[in-house]
Write a protein that binds this ligand. Structure first.
Ligand code: SF4
Length: 707
């Protein structure tokens, strides 16, 4: 990296201070930028950590602290090779397409040279040109719009620079076509591929090796670490050596943003998922090469796959939607040891048939046909991998290593999930033992202002052996929550399982919406609760001329744009579940009311949650205090955080769950929220609205708005 000459003498700290100075590049570029001591201190601490070369800094920075800008500026001045990980693909794209360009523009305007940055996602996000050329022509395009999608994909493939699915808006979310043609490692031919040099993945990997900063997501980050710990990963086999994860470049320091998502994503990534679709894909690929088989094996191949599918569906039937089994069961709860051994035997027999067939193909490939040799080799690795994972799940190996397994239906197929119950040790081995500097940050990782519970769950803190390398810091939001934002918990509100709850909920919600004239998010903890509320309230919305948007009717980003547009025309309400509790940013008067239906405790019958609770209980630890409550506090904070996205926002957050007031843990949850102005009655809400919110947002009086 280069800097303008006059600043060459400044050390990193001075350069960072200069960036944030009243006459510095940030102020010059961002007209609304104001120097805040907290943001500068946050940046200075992050930079010191990045430069230290070891240890971990866990830092919660409340909404509005300017966390992203702080760590970007810190990374820039630290002059280290840095990997920045965000929670999801959407957040990764937002960082890369919005926050980074803004920051770099400010640097460039000041004559600074921005670092060289590369965005990397998992391989299945990129198109495989070779499969598009060779595999696409034989694909059955039975999905509605499949032919059209294929035509658009071919045109797009000729002009795209990245092959990134996010840049192909015509692809449906769960596109069959994309799944068949993406660049996943299990079908990649590697260096033998005729398209290797021009391959999107190859070019991206080369660029990443040269980059100063690499932007990834937690799933890819965990996949990378898992591959580096191959010897410790159960079910591992060699096809993964080609995987994208392993080729994340080595860096000096890591910044893990949205760190509150790390634990959940690590549970998925350090375990595995076997899908009935995976069998189907493997079968289709084997059929393609059937000509390499003798007549007898050709006849029996389909039978092997059928018995594999049959055993799989039979085994997972208790988790299918039409089963009457109780929820939350684990494989070990449903089946006795001898039954698991029976399934193990059935799979082993079917897999042996498939493996023998693939070996026969390998024997019949012409010695000089390198491409076909790799393709059949990939089939063998895929089949071996599925088998090793089934073996791990159905034998005692998984249980002995603290993994649990269960079924999970999804659309028209079913998945077998195998996950570690406790990720703290895995994360410690995968990340924290590495001699690198780590920064973990988020707006919501504390519970009642304590960071220790989070640190313990992700393996950073052990009460018996506290690490000297761990530092923690909390930065409160600079927003004036007391002065601009009310928290309404209706007095005497029943708990959600009380028969009167829905009547009281409906009346309270309608009164609040009348007060706010729309501009509301109604957030729910389940689809069922959302649909039921929609059915009950739709006629009342209709009578008032309120436009209602409901999650699932349109893609998330479309719904958000509609919400913003429609709020300029008249009253609008958005009803949504989990994915709108976080990562949603609507600034200004468009969003002025957020109502959460109940405290967001994860269902105790969710299989992994249940297994984690049992595991904690066995260690004489409290599943409620160490698992359920911290999770709920984090999600509640995220949900409440939707309202105040900017210093000038204002409004009311309402939590319609009587337990917040009636239960002892309600105090802990309230302490985890920003310091809102407490509102106990509708009358207090009205006063707050007229005296604070209306003038703050320059709203007309509510009576003038609605019928
Ligand atoms: S190298 Fe692999 S991912 Fe890239 S085009 Fe070839 S087969 Fe596809």
């Amino acid at each position: 990296m280069q800097h303008v000459d006059q600043e060459k003498h400044l050390d990193a700290t001075e350069r960072l201070r200069a960036l944030f100075a009243p006459d510095g590049p940030l102020k010059a570029y961002f007209p609304r930028f104001q120097l805040r001591e907290d943001q500068l201190n946050l940046a200075l601490n992050i930079m010191a950590q990045l430069r230290s070369g070891s240890g971990q800094l866990v830092v919660e920075a409340g909404t509005g602290t300017g966390k992203s800008l702080a760590y970007l500026a810190a990374a820039y001045c630290a002059e280290k090779r840095v990997l920045i990980s965000t929670g999801t693909l959407a957040l990764q794209d937002q960082l890369f397409q919005k926050d980074l360009p803004d920051f770099f523009a400010a640097l460039s305007a000041a004559g600074e040279q921005p670092p060289n940055v590369v965005l990397m996602k998992g391989r299945s996000n990129y198109l495989c040109q070779h499969r598009l050329a060779t595999h696409a022509p034989g694909l059955p395009l039975m999905e509605e719009g499949g032919v059209d999608e294929m035509a658009q994909l071919i045109s797009w493939s000729e002009v795209t620079d990245t092959g990134d699915k996010a840049e192909a808006p015509f692809m449906s979310e769960n596109s069959f076509l994309w799944r068949e043609l993406d660049a996943r490692s299990e079908t990649c031919l590697g260096r033998k591929c005729p398209d290797y040099k021009g391959c999107f993945v190859t070019r991206l990997r080369d660029r990443a090796q040269e980059a100063d900063w690499v932007i990834v997501n937690h799933a890819l980050l965990c996949a990378d670490r898992m591959l580096r710990m191959q010897s410790q990963k159960p079910g591992h086999d060699s096809w993964e050596e080609q995987s994208f994860g392993q080729i994340l470049p080595d860096v000096d320091a890591w910044i893990i943003d949205e760190a509150h998502l790390l634990e959940e994503i690590a549970s998925r990534q350090f375990g595995f998922q076997i899908s009935s679709q995976g069998f189907g894909r493997l079968h289709r690929e084997c059929e393609k090469h059937k000509a390499l088989l003798g007549a007898t094996t050709q006849t029996s191949l389909a039978g092997f796959f059928e018995s594999m599918q049959l055993s799989f569906w039979t085994m997972l039937h208790p988790w299918s939607p039409d089963s009457h089994q109780p929820e939350g069961q684990l494989l070990a709860d449903v089946y006795e040891d001898f039954q698991r051994r029976d399934f193990h035997h059935d799979f082993q027999t079917a897999f042996k048939g498939v493996m023998d067939a693939i070996k026969e193909m390998q024997n019949n490939v012409a010695a000089d046909d390198e491409l076909l040799t790799v393709e059949i080799g990939n089939l063998e690795k895929r089949a071996a991998r599925i088998w090793s994972e089934m073996d791990f799940t159905l034998s005692d190996k998984g249980l002995e290593l603290g993994f649990v397994s269960y079924g999970q239906p999804e659309d028209d197929h079913i998945n077998l999930i195998c996950a570690p119950v406790d990720v703290s040790q895995v994360l410690q081995n995968a990340f924290w033992n590495s001699p690198r500097a780590f920064v973990l940050t988020s707006a919501s990782i504390s519970v009642a202002n304590k960071l220790a519970p989070f640190c313990r769950r992700v393996g950073l803190f052990h009460p018996e052996t506290p690490s000297t390398e761990l530092q923690t810091e909390l930065y409160q939001s600079p927003f004036d929550f007391q002065g601009r934002c009310g928290l309404y918990c209706p007095e005497g509100m029943p708990a959600p399982d009380h028969p009167d709850f829905i009547y009281r909920y409906d009346d309270e919600v309608m009164d609040l919406i009348d007060l706010s004239s729309g501009g509301a998010f109604l957030l729910f903890t389940s689809y069922r609760a959302m649909s039921a509320a929609k059915d009950r309230l739709s006629h009342r919305f209709l009578l008032r001329g309120i436009r209602v948007l409901v999650q699932g009717e349109k893609p998330k980003m479309t719904l958000l744009s509609l919400f913003k547009q429609e709020s300029e025309q008249g009253p609008v309400v958005l009803m949504a579940t989990h994915s709108f509790w976080m990562g949603v940013d609507v600034q200004g008067k468009a969003l002025r009311l957020v109502v959460m239906d109940r405290l967001p405790f994860k269902p105790p019958v969710e299989p992994l949650q249940r297994a984690k609770s049992q595991w904690l209980r066995r260690q004489n630890r409290s599943p409620f205090n160490e698992l359920a409550l911290p999770q709920a506090a984090q999600i509640l904070k995220q949900g409440a955080g939707r309202l105040m996205r900017h210093a000038e926002d204002a409004g009311i957050v309402a939590i319609m769950d009587g337990r917040l007031s009636s239960k002892g843990y309600g105090k802990t949850l309230k302490r985890s929220l920003p310091p809102f102005k407490a509102l106990r009655s509708m009358q207090e809400c009205q006063s707050f609205w007229y005296e604070v919110v209306s003038p703050a947002l320059d709203l007309p009086l509510p009576q003038d708005q609605l019928i």
